[in-house]
Design a protein around this ligand. Structure first.
Ligand SMILES: Cc1ncc(COP(=O)(O)O)c(C=O)c1O
Length: 453
């Protein structure tokens, strides 16, 4: 079917098929049985897979009749931009999503990167300033700092939680540091008590990159509501998604109003062209998709949480596959990824790449996730050579900066990571979760065969 023949009826049919596929995988009684049929020969070498290739993982993004109807309503209303209505989908989503986190003030944007960028700009962070963040993230985190011509300083990681290490953050604070941007990677909380203590001690702002951490909880608070500003992404792979979208939340109404002006090419809520800004507004179609996904969102979140806890419990049975460490105070994750560490010493010193080949052949969709720590990507050399950065920072600061880009723990994390996507697969049945454990167990028990791949 060509794209322009994709009618509302065929769209609804596709959406319904997707939802049915997901529903059938939630109730499939065969998933566990397929797993228990695993032969001793690894599937990658010709054996029968631990999980039958006929079984499907739940689809993502979530599409149902609510989502479709919501988009149809926006289309026919003719309200396609937020400025056309005070009751449109964007304004409504700006109230409803933060309400679920106990927050009142928010600004919706066109992406998570735009949300972070708006936050940096609204806090007045710019040339000559430094922001400490994690090298193990999406480039959007770092881009938001670079676009305000500030210096993104990389804090190395805790190799067990994969989060920025507060001790390294503390080491990297200097007189130019203006903010910390903790990234709640995989959707699990950073050690926020430690980060907030450093921020208080040095009078720094905290912009939480909660782009992966919708509804994650830390010390009874939703992640993204702890620092000065919290930023979310609704990009297609996220737990609630509209293709490309984002949001900033905050307790300080004045600061959120400044975010509004920054994202509204400088015009404040009264329409006065007040400050420098750009145009990062979310459109009404994105708002419609997001509002259409709101029914059932907490049930889906809780379903993932139960499955994640179950996997963590079952993985205790398998040496060499260690789930992401959670900090004290972690109530729940956001479940962007279910992440594990691969310890090759328990697998006859066989590299992760062979384990990944083997586990995928067993029908278990694990991947290595981020391929390179962002501290070693070309942008670092690029800014070190830019005249602008040479004007803003002294040669000795740039030399120190170059040395600070060493993040050996991040390299270790990159090399040993294993992830399962959260939004779709963690919506699976208990049998689906058992099939993951069965697949990993089979590869572990037959690890002698890995050398032959
Ligand atoms: C941790 C993190 N930060 C920032 C972003 C950027 O969000 P977006 O892709 O919506 O611009 C993402 C998106 O993948 C992310 O995972």
């Amino acid at each position: 079917m060509s794209k322009n023949k994709f009618t509302r009826r065929s769209f609804l049919a596709t959406a319904t098929a997707g939802s049915l596929a997901m529903a059938s995988s939630i109730t499939s009684p065969t998933a566990g049985k397929a797993a228990s049929k695993s032969s001793r020969e690894l599937a990658v070498l010709g054996g029968e897979p631990a999980r039958s290739s006929h079984l499907r993982w739940p689809d993502w993004p979530h599409i149902d009749a609510n989502v479709v109807q919501s988009v149809v309503n926006t289309t026919t209303s003719g309200v396609w931009s937020r400025i056309q209505s005070r009751t449109g989908t964007v304004v409504t989503f700006e109230k409803e999503f933060p309400k679920m986190m106990g927050m009142e003030h928010a600004v919706a944007t066109g992406s998570g990167t735009q949300a972070l960028s708006t936050a940096v700009e609204a806090l007045g962070i710019g040339p000559g300033d430094e922001v400490i963040t994690s090298p193990y993230t999406d480039m959007g985190t770092i881009a938001s700092i670079l676009m305000s011509k500030a210096l993104p300083v990389m804090a190395d990681l805790d190799t067990e939680s994969f989060q920025m290490d507060p001790a390294d953050v503390a080491r990297k604070v200097n007189e130019r540091t203006r903010a910390i941007m903790p990234v709640h990677i995989m959707g699990y909380p950073v050690d926020m008590d430690a980060i907030m203590a450093i921020a208080t001690e040095h009078d720094l702002k905290v912009i939480e990159d909660a782009c992966q951490a919708h509804f994650a909880e830390y010390n009874g608070q939703r992640v993204g509501t702890i620092g000065d500003l919290g930023c979310f992404s609704f990009q297609a792979s996220k737990q609630i998604s509209c293709g490309e979208g984002g949001m900033i939340v905050g307790h300080d109404k004045e600061l959120i109003d400044r975010c509004y002006a920054v994202h509204n090419r400088g015009a404040d809520r009264s329409g006065s062209n007040a400050i420098p800004g750009t145009k990062y507004r979310m459109d009404e179609f994105s708002g419609a998709v997001l509002m259409g996904q709101m029914p059932g969102i907490m049930e889906r979140f809780e379903h993932r949480e139960r499955n994640a806890q179950y996997l963590t419990e079952r993985l205790k049975e398998i040496p060499g596959i260690i789930p992401q460490k959670k900090y004290e105070g972690t109530g729940s994750g956001g479940h962007y990824k279910y992440a594990m560490r691969y310890d090759k010493r328990e697998f006859n010193n066989i590299d992760r790449s062979k384990f990944l080949q083997a586990i995928r052949a067993e029908g278990i969709p694990l991947s290595g996730y981020i391929r390179t720590g962002l501290h070693s990507e070309p942008w670092t050399e690029h800014i070190l050579q830019m005249d602008l950065y040479k004007k803003m920072y002294s040669p000795s600061r740039l030399q120190d900066y170059r040395e600070e880009l060493e993040c050996p723990n991040c390299e270790t994390v990159v090399q040993n990571m294993l992830v399962l996507n959260g939004p779709g697969p963690l919506l699976g049945t208990r049998e689906d979760m058992d099939s993951i454990i069965d697949g990993i167990t089979k590869v572990y028990e037959n690890r002698d065969q890995l050398a032959g791949i």
